[in-house]
Each structure stands twice: as structure tokens, then as C-alpha cells.
Design a protein around this ligand. Structure first.
Ligand SMILES: [Zn+2]
Length: 237
């Protein structure tokens, strides 16, 4: 993580570990491919195979299963039924997260879009966070925000409006920044909003005001079978 980004942002220690692992994995790929910059959208499927050298397949999985990671075989399988490109990419990065972070936690991870058991929750949260950090690394997100500002002709004063609550800020995020950033990084609008919500400045102010979140993302109705329907991001996708 570049010092420029971390100096203005606050990351909790648990978050820092996951963000650092994702950033290190990205740098490993960039160096192996002798690239001067990380390309956007990040080619997650290609990089899983090379240079990271995992076996990768898009296959028919059991009903409801989105992706799975087999640690010993260094294998990642993704459901061929995920139609949405952003969701597909997030699932790839989530399984990569299990491979990178959780080699000693289990031999395999089967991820379904259903509630996960209690002990798994932290592991799943970490895989989600890794996926978001891998697909939307903080230094590149910040850089893109400023590039977008210039490309879209958003005035400098309006950038401070972004950090505040209110209709003007909401309109800028909803109509301009969220769709443009989602396209640039090849992720869903949900993942973009999640990412903007979790990046905080050193004083604890989130990059995107929390009250915008439900306004931008139309929540689906909670699942009928009790429990918390939104235990992690992965289960929402
Ligand atoms: Zn998982």
C-alpha cells in the first residue's frame, strides 16, 4: 500500500492485514508480468491462472454454489451460472482470498449464496474484504476518483461536497461516481458502494457518507428463513 494513501486513510489492524495481502498479491502479478502499472479492470481470472498458477475452471456447480476453493489442489472453481460480469469477477477474487489467506483454516471452501455458519463468518468476511481490496485497491480507487473528477468536469469544490450528507452529494455519488467507478473497475454497483463505505479517512469519516448506501443500492427483501440475511457481502451477491 502506498504511503500516500495510508497517511490520509485509517485502516483497522484486521483490515490492514487483509488489504496488505491483496496489495502484495497484485504487486506479485504486476512484477511477474513486468508491468509498470496495474491494469484496470484488474484481470482477475487471467491472473489466477498466471502468474498465480492456480487451477481455474468455470463449471456447473451444485445448486446455489457460486464458487469453491480447494487448497491442496490449488484449484478454484466458479459457477457457470453467474450471469453478471461484476459478480463473476467478485466470486473469483473471493475464492482467491481463501487461497491466499486461509490455507491453514480448511482444506476446501464451498461458497453458496446462503447463510454461513457462525465460526465461518470471520473467514467469509476476510475473503470478501480481500476480494474488494484485490479488485479495487485503495491507491487506484483514490487515483480514479481524481481522474474522474477531471474527466467529468466536476469542480474542485464539489469534491468536498462528496464527503458530506445531503441531496447534492447523493446525486453526485449515485449518478456519476458510483456508475463510473463500477465500470472502470469491472465490479457491481453493490461492491463499489461497499468499498466506498469501508474506506475511511484518518478521522473516521467514510469516503462515502453511510446514509447514501441504501439510497444507491436497492436492498432485496430479507431471506425468509430467519438469521441475518446480510452476514457478509458475498451472500448478498
Ligand atoms: Zn467464501
Amino acid at each position: 500500500m502506498s504511503s500516500e494513501s495510508t497517511s490520509i486513510l485509517r485502516l483497522r489492524p484486521a483490515v490492514r492485514r487483509v488489504e496488505a495481502a491483496a496489495w502484495k498479491t497484485l504487486q506479485r502479478c504486476r512484477e511477474a508480468l513486468r508491468l509498470t502499472e496495474i491494469p484496470l479492470p484488474i484481470p482477475v481470472e487471467e491472473w489466477i491462472e498466471f502468474p498465480l498458477r492456480y487451477r481455474f475452471g468455470v463449471v456447473r456447480l451444485a445448486d446455489g454454489v457460486l464458487g469453491q476453493a480447494f487448497i491442496e489442489d490449488r484449484e478454484i472453481q466458479i459457477s457457470d451460472r453467474i450471469g453478471h460480469e461484476g459478480r463473476f469477477r467478485f466470486t473469483c477474487a473471493h475464492e482467491l482470498g481463501h487461497q491466499v489467506l486461509h490455507r491453514r483454516r480448511a482444506r476446501e471452501f464451498i461458497d453458496a449464496g446462503v447463510m454461513l455458519s457462525e465460526p465461518n463468518r470471520r473467514v467469509e468476511w476476510e475473503a470478501d474484504r480481500f476480494a474488494a481490496a484485490f479488485l479495487m485497491p485503495i491507491p487506484l480507487v483514490i487515483e480514479q476518483l481524481f481522474r474522474l473528477r477531471d474527466a467529468l468536469g466536476v469542480r474542485r469544490e464539489e469534491m468536498t461536497v462528496l464527503l458530506q450528507a445531503g441531496a447534492h452529494s447523493l446525486a453526485l455519488w449515485r449518478d456519476t461516481f458510483v456508475p463510473a467507478v463500477a465500470r472502470r473497475f469491472g465490479v457491481s454497483k453493490e461492491v463499489t458502494v461497499y468499498r466506498f463505505g469501508e474506506i475511511e479517512f484518518a478521522d473516521g469519516t467514510p469516503l462515502m457518507p453511510a446514509e447514501h448506501r441504501p439510497e444507491i443500492i436497492r436492498r432485496r427483501a430479507p431471506r425468509p428463513q430467519g438469521g441475518e440475511p446480510h452476514a457478509n457481502l458475498f451472500s448478498e451477491l
